[in-house]
Write a protein that binds this ligand. Structure first.
Ligand SMILES: CC(C)(COP(=O)(O)OP(=O)(O)OC[C@H]1O[C@@H](n2cnc3c(N)ncnc32)[C@H](O)[C@@H]1OP(=O)(O)O)[C@@H](O)C(=O)NCCC(=O)NCCS
Length: 212
């Protein structure tokens, strides 16, 4: 069993703790030490069954090997936290995939630090960078290519050959239609249907999705 901490202690962090427990239920892999906060006043409190054990400053100074799951639901913040922790060679960022997530894993390329919660679905010939998050019911179809720090909310669908650059937020139940590219930093509102390429950052809502 390897030590693992979860950065964050909000709702997503609770879900990632559940994910780790589910992975362990299938095959013991991780000793979940607790949550990491950016608020020193929270250290020592508990979140459910686990302590809020340290600050990100403390994690940065850690001298023992430790796996890290970054459970923050904002793409840009995901990148900032990763870049902050990366200098510590003791820290590693495993891909954490719920055991019930289906996918043609032999034909899916994964970087590091990706998180897929229960009920996400992948098909085949997919390339994922690092630190992407997939929530329950998110689907990622054939030939999708994702950069890093993207967040795909519950029930959102990426149709075939969609390309998300980096730091894209796809809201709950949104659809990105086949073959479309979405530019870095775009925010796609809940329930939006993206029918045209998104070429610049901004917030896009509605059916068809239009820039706010
Ligand atoms: C799109 C979104 C990011 C916009 O948030 P915001 O910038 O704070 O925008 P506001 O709430 O001020 O809304 C601005 C306008 O857009 C409209 N709007 C907001 N979200 C919308 C949506 N998803 N679809 C259609 N219209 C939307 C509002 O009604 C408002 O319209 P108005 O100016 O005519 O009154 C947000 O509403 C959203 O959909 N977030 C996704 C939430 C989600 O999926 N969470 C999952 C977490 S796992």
């Amino acid at each position: 069993m390897n030590d693992l901490v979860i950065v964050g202690h909000g709702g997503l962090a609770k879900e990632v703790a559940f994910l780790v427990e589910e992975i362990n239920r299938q095959q013991p892999a991780w000793r979940l030490l607790g949550f990491i906060t950016d608020r020193p006043d929270c250290v020592g409190q508990r979140q459910g069954d686990y302590p809020i054990m340290d600050t990100d400053e403390g994690l940065l100074r850690r001298t023992q090997d430790c796996a890290v799951a970054v459970a923050i639901g904002q793409p840009a913040a995901l990148r900032v936290v990763h870049e902050r922790l990366r200098p510590n060679p003791r820290l590693s960022f495993p891909n954490l995939i719920h055991p019930d997530v289906s996918g043609d894993w032999a034909r899916i390329q994964l970087g590091a630090g990706n998180i897929a919660l229960n009920g996400a679905t992948f098909t085949t010939a997919i390339r994922l960078g690092s630190f992407n998050q997939f929530n329950p019911g998110a689907t990622v179809s054939h030939d999708c290519v994702l950069g890093s720090y993207n967040l795909v909310s519950p029930g959102a669908n990426l149709c075939g050959a969609v390309a998300l650059e980096d730091e894209v937020f796809v809201g709950a139940g949104a659809v990105v239609m086949q073959g479309l590219r979405v530019a870095r930093g775009a925010v796609i509102g809940a329930g939006a249907v993206v029918v045209r390429e998104i070429t610049e950052a901004g917030t896009y809502v509605g059916v068809p999705a239009r820039k706010l």
